[in-house]
Design a protein around this ligand. Structure first.
Ligand SMILES: Cc1cc2nc3c(=O)[nH]c(=O)nc-3n(C[C@H](O)[C@H](O)[C@H](O)COP(=O)(O)OP(=O)(O)OC[C@H]3O[C@@H](n4cnc5c(N)ncnc54)[C@H](O)[C@@H]3O)c2cc1C
Length: 433
């Protein structure tokens, strides 16, 4: 068996792994990077079928860090668009703007009244006890109406678990908390601007896959279709079929739970804590249509249980180049975590899209494909923090830097992945002798 040594080994050429590799390379630190798939990009890839281009559901770039923005712009070249968000909520047969909590105008009056009154009451109620879970957070911050009509049902469908199972800690950054004047203005139809943390986004004209393609051009070192069959964390060895690679430090971007579970000889408390880490898969549909979409929304949130999907979005509204002329392409995210039976689900999806005014007829559909993301949403349940408190020190003591949305087991964006990669490169260097 061949044996070789690398100071730093990286598992995964998604955005995090490639960012780590890029930053090490820039500083002249030797490394090897292994990717299980025959291509780079992980969750941020685009595939093409019959001239329609599909990402793995909506992947929009929100860039706040100037250094990361500069790198992204270099990797995607000049071929990108900056888009002002047009997102909507579909509820009770009408569209309202997003976020729901600040845009109840247009809903049936009794619903808008319940939402507005509940919000004002919630604001007026002094809360001395911090919310114990996401459901309590919604009730305390948004009140009864907004929680019942949108927050609770929508988040049940998105996360695949009831919000009472989710801690209140994660949501401050991602659930926009509007001001009272915005909620009142939104209830009477006065909000004329998009609110929240992601009101505009950058998008490569040919899909998000252009970003990892650009990164991979800088990294001919990536070893594709190559994943270790076994990792000896005590000897710091990666075992491949044809080679044993020893390392001083390992950066892993593979999903943390299965990564730890695949290691041999891990102390029992760590194995037990890893087993408590939960993550839901996601089933969604690629849908291609032969006619232009009849609505111009980028994506729509759908909280009502009568629809099989909780969100759908239109790639060809992000960039017209995503579909052939006079066609359109969509992602439709399904609420059920079971594999969809297409003969049952597709007619329901199409009839929902017709009801929502997106399509005119089932004949508009060119094709639809079911897709699965194995690890989509890490669940911030009540065992989340205590489990990570056991797993992470073990990993770190083994000179392993676990990074990225799934490597670090968190909820984060592509920009975060690029930052995590940059940070992981720094941390891994600390282990070098
Ligand atoms: C449904 C959904 C929608 C999203 N929408 C957005 C959005 O709109 N905007 C945004 O900014 N972010 C979005 N994200 C988040 C974004 O996709 C991630 O933050 C980012 O792609 C994570 O990159 P990563 O490199 O950490 O992980 P990954 O993309 O998972 O990459 C990990 C890589 O490691 C490889 N790998 C795994 N195990 C091994 C192994 N043992 N050996 C070698 N290789 C291995 C995998 O094949 C993969 O290529 C979304 C995510 C999901 C799931």
């Amino acid at each position: 068996m061949n044996r070789s040594h690398t100071p730093i080994a990286i598992l995964g050429a998604g955005l995090t792994g490639m960012s780590a590799a890029f930053h090490l390379k820039r500083d002249g630190v030797p490394f090897r990077i292994f990717e299980r798939q025959p291509h780079a990009g992980g969750h941020a890839t685009t595939h093409v079928e019959a001239g329609y281009r599909f990402d793995k559901t909506g992947h929009l770039l929100h860039l706040r860090d100037p250094a990361i923005r500069e790198l992204v712009m270099r990797w995607i070249g000049n071929d990108w668009v900056e888009v002002n968000r047009r997102s909507r909520v579909w509820l009770h047969g009408v569209y309202t703007r997003y976020p729901f909590q600040a845009n109840t105008f247009g809903l049936p009056p009794e619903v808008a009244y319940e939402c507005l009154l509940g919000f004002i009451q919630a604001q007026a109620t002094p809360h001395t006890v911090a919310p114990k879970n996401f459901e309590e957070y919604c009730l305390q911050k948004f009140g009864e109406g907004i929680s019942r009509h949108f927050m609770i049902p929508y988040n049940c469908r998105l996360w695949g678990v009831h919000p009472s199972e989710i801690t209140a800690d994660w949501c401050q950054r991602f659930v926009p908390l509007p001001k009272l004047e915005d909620v009142v203005a939104g209830a009477v139809g006065l909000n004329d601007r998009e609110l929240g943390y992601n009101t505009s986004f950058v998008y490569p004209r040919l899909g998000i896959g252009e970003l990892p393609k650009g990164m991979a051009r800088d990294l001919p070192e990536i070893e594709y279709s190559r994943a270790p069959s076994h990792i000896d964390w005590e000897k710091r060895e990666l075992h491949f079929d044809d080679e044993i690679v020893t390392y001083d430090s390992l950066i892993t971007t593979a999903p943390l739970r299965p990564f730890v579970q695949a290691l041999k000889g891990v102390p029992e408390p760590v194995v037990a804590a890893a087993a408590k880490l939960r993550c839901n898969p996601l089933w969604y549909l690629d849908v291609a249509i032969k006619v232009p979409s009849k609505t111009d929304h980028h994506w729509v949130y759908v909280p009502e249980e009568k629809y099989p999907f909780y969100r759908l979005g239109c790639y060809s509204h992000f960039s017209a180049a995503m579909a052939p002329e006079n066609g359109a392409c969509f992602y439709v995210e399904l609420a059920s975590r079971e594999e969809p039976i297409m003969a049952e689900v597709l007619p329901q999806v199409v009839s929902g899209m017709i009801e929502m005014g997106i399509l005119s007829s089932p004949d508009d559909v060119a094709f639809a494909r079911p897709r699965r993301i194995d690890y989509a949403y890490v669940i911030f349940d009540h065992a989340y923090f205590s489990s990570l408190e056991v797993v992470k020190p073990f990993v770190q003591n083994a000179r392993i830097v676990a990074a990225g949305r799934y490597g670090d087991w968190n909820y984060s964006s592509m920009e975060d992945a690029l930052i995590f990669g940059r940070d992981a490169a720094q941390k891994a260097r600390l282990f070098l002798s």
